[in-house]
Design a protein around this ligand. Structure first.
Ligand SMILES: Nc1ncnc2c1ncn2[C@@H]1O[C@H](COP(=O)(O)OP(=O)(O)O)[C@@H](O)[C@H]1O
Ligand SMILES: O=P(O)(O)OC[C@H](O)CO
Length: 500
């Protein structure tokens, strides 16, 4: 028999990838494509769901062309995705009725504030594990139903479907046969009760969202449907794994034991701790979320979501034009001669965990006549590490345990300067994955488990390989001084609210 592979579709915020893995967990094909970002008003971020679909199809085609692997050699498909991003489409035509509203978008802040003002914060926190915020899908659904003429009535008549990107891609690949999502993605909608694992009728009622438009919620590893042959070169291949990208990275890092923590430095940075089989509701503004549900067992997680991480480096490149490429930031940071007295707080879309301050905006502190481009770049890189420390410290408080090692992955984890500074400022060893596409590997693992390509979690641990380890080297008093400076910078940032 010809060799069989798993295809992972990793649909991220700025680009989509198709990666083919072999049985040893090695990447044998990797195709990536960026797609347009739309910013209709300040703070709004939208995507065109059909552009995403086309990008997914073209990356799959390129992965086959580049590798010479044939579509019939794909044993199963795993999907992982930017979470929370909301699409509503017409069940008959398959056409979206509005752009996808992206997780980062702030256009529904008013709806979130109204829910808070009506006193629903505690009930929603207890049931969904989330804090009321425009980040999650619920307010985005309400916004589309309010702003597209006739949408509420059509949703009530059962003519419209809602989905996060995972649902949309499965629905498209199966030619409309499966309208499904998984526990991890459902747990980011602010509509899903993470205790009884059902859409919550009380929250749906408050937001006036008809349940019939929601997808069926399934486990993270099972066969959801088969690709239509016309979308997959004549093959009907099982789509057998699905998870939001941050949970997929947890799986890709094989962080299966309670207490294990990973940080993925992509567009944002998302620190997730496996907390085991009982949901732990945070006392310090972290999110409780579903890590994964496999073989009838659900594992919960604590999460600290940082909205701006790698996108701050993109801003250095595209907005400030201080670097030509993101990797160049490393060389420049190392060339900086200052004593780390410059602080950049990249609160471009407000501050996420643990502050949850929608109105905060970015700021810079500590510049002098002598500040150079290299100092500014170094401070921006350091902001990723400082923000991560804010979350890790909070996580230790919530979980009441020390974190012996932080597992890292994602595009910006390639930066050795950043990883060393992260180890120093946390005083914790940083274990980088050998292959930074851990998110895609996690999706492949989920699909592979469902179709017995891999048999169990122990086998996955053998497939996973670690990369470089960064040991803390900074003196304790230096670390305290630098972190105190960061805390002052964040406080000052939160005071500066020109719009009230
Ligand atoms: N060497 C580097 N140093 C710092 N940041 C980097 C480096 N390489 C990539 N990045 C940043 O990482 C991000 C891309 O990571 P990726 O994991 O692909 O993100 P996403 O899945 O969110 O699209 C970009 O925001 C980019 O600026
Ligand atoms: O696109 P990423 O990798 O930054 O991930 C986006 C997150 O899933 C948003 O919650």
């Amino acid at each position: 028999m010809t060799e069989q592979y798993i295809l992972a579709i990793d649909e991220g915020t700025t680009s989509t990838r198709a990666i083919i893995f072999d049985h040893a967990g090695h990447k044998v094909a990797d195709s990536q494509r960026e797609f347009p970002q739309y910013f209709p008003k300040p703070g709004w971020v939208e995507h065109n769901a059909n552009e995403i679909w086309n990008a997914v199809l073209s990356t799959i085609a390129n992965a086959f062309i580049d590798s010479g692997i044939k579509p019939k050699q794909i044993a199963g498909i795993g999907i992982t995705n930017q979470r929370e991003t909301t699409i509503i489409w017409d069940k008959q035509t398959g056409l979206p009725i509005y752009n996808a509203i992206v997780w980062q978008s702030r256009q529904t802040v008013d709806i979130a504030e109204a829910l808070e003002a009506q006193g629903y914060g505690d009930m929603i926190h207890q049931k969904t594990g989330l804090l009321i915020d425009a980040y999650f899908s619920a307010t985005k659904i309400r916004w589309i139903l309010d702003h597209v003429p006739g949408a509420q009535e059509r949703a009530e008549r059962g003519e419209l479907l809602f989905g996060t990107i995972d649902s949309w891609l499965v629905w498209k690949l199966t030619g409309g046969e499966a309208h499904v999502t998984d526990y991890s993605n459902a747990s980011r909608t602010m509509l899903f009760n993470i205790h009884d694992l059902k859409w919550d009728p009380e929250i749906l009622n408050i937001l006036n969202i008809p349940e019939k438009m929601l997808p069926e919620v399934r486990s993270n590893s099972e066969i959801y449907g088969l690709t239509q042959d016309y979308h997959f070169y004549g093959s009907r291949v099982p789509i057998a794994g699905m998870a939001g990208d941050q949970q997929a990275a947890l799986i890709g890092q094989t962080a299966f034991e309670p207490g294990m923590v990973k940080n993925t430095y992509g567009t944002g940075a998302f620190i997730v701790m496996n907390t085991g089989e009982k949901p732990q509701i945070s006392d310090h503004k972290l999110l409780t979320t579903i890590g994964y549900g496999i073989n009838g067992k659900v594992n919960y997680a604590l999460e600290g979501s940082i909205f701006v991480a790698g996108s701050a480096i993109q801003w250095l490149r595209d907005g400030m034009q201080l670097v030509e490429t993101a990797p160049e930031s490393e060389k420049l940071a190392l060339s900086s001669k200052n004593n780390n007295e410059v602080y950049v707080v990249p609160a471009f879309t407000g501050l996420g965990a643990p502050y949850w301050d929608s109105a905060a905006r970015g700021s810079v502190f500590g510049i002098t006549r002598g500040t150079t481009r290299a100092d500014f770049i170094k401070a921006t890189l350091q902001s990723l590490a400082y923000q991560s420390r804010d979350v890790v410290d909070t996580m230790k408080l919530d979980a009441g345990i020390e974190i012996p090692t932080l597992k890292v992955d994602g595009g910006a984890a390639r930066n050795d300067y950043l990883m060393q500074f992260q180890a120093d400022i946390l005083n914790t060893p940083i274990q980088r994955a050998a292959d930074l596409e851990t998110t895609a590997l996690g999706a492949a693992f989920l699909a592979g488990l469902a179709i017995h390509y891999w048999e169990n979690l122990d086998e996955l641990k053998e497939v996973y390989t670690t990369g470089k380890l960064f040991q803390p080297q900074m003196a304790a008093d230096e670390r305290q001084k630098l972190y105190r400076g960061w805390q002052m910078a964040v406080k000052a940032t939160q005071v500066f609210k020109p719009e009230g």
